[in-house]
Design a protein. Structure first.
Length: 221
């Protein structure tokens, strides 16, 4: 706290500046990204390098920098991240890449990255992600999370038709295709087709499994 000339107390805060290292092989991309970030937020001390080796040779390494790695090849993240950690073991790494496959993003985060940003993201998203990582969070693109959740949802079973339910009821009584055809006024070959479709829908391997798997349907009825 500091006493002002008017006898009032005011809080004095000093902005903690974090080192933000931008690494990009593309000269134009490197210049544009680093310049934009340097002008957008003053809580970061932005440095730009074409390679991890160039950054290492510069010799100015803080204990826990945030490293923005711009990736052109999806095979690169693991090796480049290892190189970065070789320079600064506690570096918080954020990947920028055109590859947005959910599996790639999750694998990269699983290898220790603290963020993954699609290269078509706007500057506000990039800065927001960097600030989130600086605060201790992990940034994942929202659409990738949604895809991951959708992939994790179990597949909905295909509904059975009224005719198929009628055939299942006969199957449960142990009747043959010929008997079922006679009782339901169908051709035997048609019954066979229905039985095959029923097995596909219920994931059953034989008629006995069909009867067991569909048991609950008839108990509820």
């Amino acid at each position: 706290m500091r006493l002002t000339e008017y006898g009032q107390f005011t809080r004095v805060t000093e902005e903690i500046v974090s080192d933000l290292i931008v690494i990009d092989k593309n000269n134009l991309g490197l210049t544009c990204i680093s310049s934009a970030l340097a002008g957008y937020c003053n809580e970061f001390r932005v440095s730009a390098y074409r390679t991890v080796s160039e950054w290492k040779q510069a010799g100015c390494h803080s204990a826990e920098p945030i490293v923005l790695l711009c990736i052109a090849d999806q095979r690169e993240p693991a090796s480049l991240m290892a190189d970065v950690q070789g320079v600064a073991a506690s570096a918080r790494i954020i990947i920028i890449s055109h590859v947005t496959a959910t599996a790639t993003i999750l694998a990269t985060l699983g290898n220790g990255a603290r963020g993954y940003i699609p290269d078509n993201a706007n500057l506000e998203v990039v800065v927001g992600a960097i600030r989130l990582v600086r605060a201790g969070g992990i940034f994942v693109p929202a659409d990738s999370l949604m895809r991951s959740c959708q992939q994790a949802q179990p597949e909905k079973p295909t509904p059975l038709t009224a005719r198929q339910l009628a055939i299942i009821e006969r199957l449960r009584q142990g009747e043959s295709n010929k008997v079922i055809a006679e009782k339901l006024d169908m051709k035997v070959n048609t019954v066979k087709v229905h039985v095959r479709n029923i097995m596909q829908k219920t994931k059953a391997r034989n008629r006995t499994e069909v009867a067991y798997i569909t048991k609950q349907l008839f108990e509820e009825a």
